[in-house]
Write a protein that binds this ligand. Structure first.
Ligand code: ATP
Ligand code: MG
Ligand code: MG
Ligand code: MG
Length: 469
């Protein structure tokens, strides 16, 4: 069985042998890109290379990129614990051509790697192409020998990639693995495609057009390639499981959680084990890249993830801080590939411990309030917005934590009511200042309020205050 660390190397070594420069992952906080909250794919660090604004000494590259999808356009936070294939933090393996090789070579490399290097059986694989992309359809037939029923034409934007409103764009082709009919889910393009039977392992983007304002497309003189394969997903396939959380890396993290809590990781509390393992990894990598918990922007995403993890630790019966004790298991698994984890180990541990310690008392009290307020609600009903706001404002419960807590009972939160309560409180705050004759700015008022410690304030908005794509 190949472990995650070997699979990562096999991928990078293959592309290295094919003339690609092995480039290190960029940090999770994108440099010079205030529009993007976190790196969420391998191409982020190469954006300006694709547009031609930046030149590199190589025209082919390969990476294992740290990605976070827990805010902004790509947000998989709510999928964690519920699907077998989503994480908030994951590694994306990719190969890139900057005006060098194009579609035929990209398909050739992908097929060779998947079927020869990784040895996957052809009959378990199927691909999608963009409906109008006859060229890709023909190439999959020629190179892989796939029959028409295994090359699914997708007419939607899901198979057409754009960098932004204008700029490079082009059709995509995705490779799926069929985990077999004992698992629920339909093939791509079918109504049940969100199930976990057919799992997308690799996405190839053929950047062949330049789109100008008004939707006018011209052919790029030197088209490019951008691909992304989820390391945890290909590891699942290679380790004979359909479930990312059963791969070696996650078994090790979940094993550490089970040791500390004595709760069966495969029993009814399975989802909590997964959420904790996932959120630990995400928090640790964010802290290692310089994000610290705060009440806005990136720091608030981190705080939400940490606190969400802490509630699940509480569900497993942890009566004292737990997540910080899992850091050694994480560094054991991932420290060699990502030495920044080792360098930041003390900071990660202290940050988790402090946040866990601070949140413990309000977490316990807030959960009792929530239980009380939701005890008479039944499936399909929603919790009052002002209760969710009190939990947020007084007990430090991010809105999504409250939503997550009610989800297993199929109860939602009245988000409009929550927003209204928030607005009302802001208005009150302003009025209070207007009366004093001072400039009624939140920048003045809120720190003061924090210092006086009336309540714990945790952010202006449920979403980031930053310009997220
Ligand atoms: P899905 O449709 O399954 O959500 P996606 O189409 O959103 O995946 P892409 O944006 O194409 O994903 O990213 C490239 C690859 O990265 C995917 O083919 C998949 O293998 C992996 N990937 C994407 N999102 C996640 C995630 N949240 N956790 C783990 N792997 C992921
Ligand atoms: Mg997705
Ligand atoms: Mg997809
Ligand atoms: Mg995709």
């Amino acid at each position: 069985m190949s472990g995650v660390n070997d699979i990562r190397s096999t991928f990078l070594d293959y592309f290295k042998s094919q003339g690609h420069e092995v480039v290190a992952s960029s940090p999770l906080v994108p440099r010079n890109d205030p529009t993007l909250m976190f790196a969420n794919s391998g191409m982020v660090q190469f954006k300006n290379v694709f547009t031609g604004q930046e030149k590199r000494p190589y025209s082919r590259a390969t990476t294992a990129q740290k990605c976070v999808r827990a805010g902004g356009k790509h947000n998989d936070l709510d999928n964690v614990g519920y699907t077998a294939r989503h994480h908030t933090f994951f590694e994306m393996l990719g190969n890139f051509s900057f005006g060098d090789y194009f579609k035929e070579q990209a398909i050739h490399h992908a097929w060779t790697l998947v079927t020869r290097e990784f040895g996957l059986p052809k009959d378990k694989l199927l691909v999608t192409v963009y409906s109008e992309d006859d060229e890709a359809h023909g190439l999959w037939k020629k190179i892989a020998g796939l029959t028409d029923d295994k090359i699914i034409r997708i007419p939607t934007s899901a198979n057409f990639w754009r960098m932004g409103d204008t700029g490079p764009c082009g059709p995509c082709s995705e490779i799926f693995y069929d985990h077999g009919d004992q698992i629920w889910g339909g093939p791509p393009g079918s109504p049940d495609e969100d199930g976990d039977r057919f799992i997308e392992i690799w996405n190839l983007v053929f950047m062949q057009y330049e789109e100008a304002a008004g939707g006018i497309r011209t052919d790029l003189p030197r088209p490019s390639i951008d691909t992304g394969m989820g390391l945890e997903r290909i590891a699942a396939v290679l380790q004979g499981t359909h479930d990312n959380y059963n791969i070696d890396l996650f078994r090790a993290l979940i094993g550490a959680i089970a040791d500390l809590t004595s709760v069966d990781p495969d029993g009814p509390m399975k989802a909590s084990h997964r959420v904790i393992a996932d959120h630990l990894r995400c928090s640790a990598f964010l802290i290692a890249d310089g994000v610290l918990p705060s009440n806005e922007g990136r720091g608030y995403v981190l705080r939400r993830i940490m606190r969400r993890g802490m509630r699940h630790a509480q569900l497993l019966g942890a009566r004292e801080p737990l997540m910080y004790k899992l850091v050694p298991a994480l560094t054991r698994e991932m420290g060699r590939a990502y030495p920044e984890l080792l360098r930041a180990e003390a900071l990660i541990t202290e940050t988790l411990k402090l946040e866990e310690t601070r949140f413990r008392t309000t977490l316990t009290r807030g959960l009792s309030l929530l239980d009380e307020a939701a005890k008479d609600l039944s499936a399909g009903q929603s919790l009052k917005g002002d209760v969710a706001f009190t939990l947020y404002d007084t007990y430090g419960f991010p809105l999504d934590l409250t939503q997550d807590a009610l989800r297993s009972r199929d109860i939602t939160v009245d988000v409009e009511g929550f927003d209204a309560a928030m607005q009302q409180q802001k208005a009150k705050a302003r009025a209070a200042w207007a009366g004093s004759g001072e400039a009624a700015t939140e920048t003045l008022w809120f720190p003061l309020r924090d210092r006086l410690g009336a309540t714990e304030f945790l952010g202006y908005d449920t979403e980031s205050a930053e310009g997220v794509v």
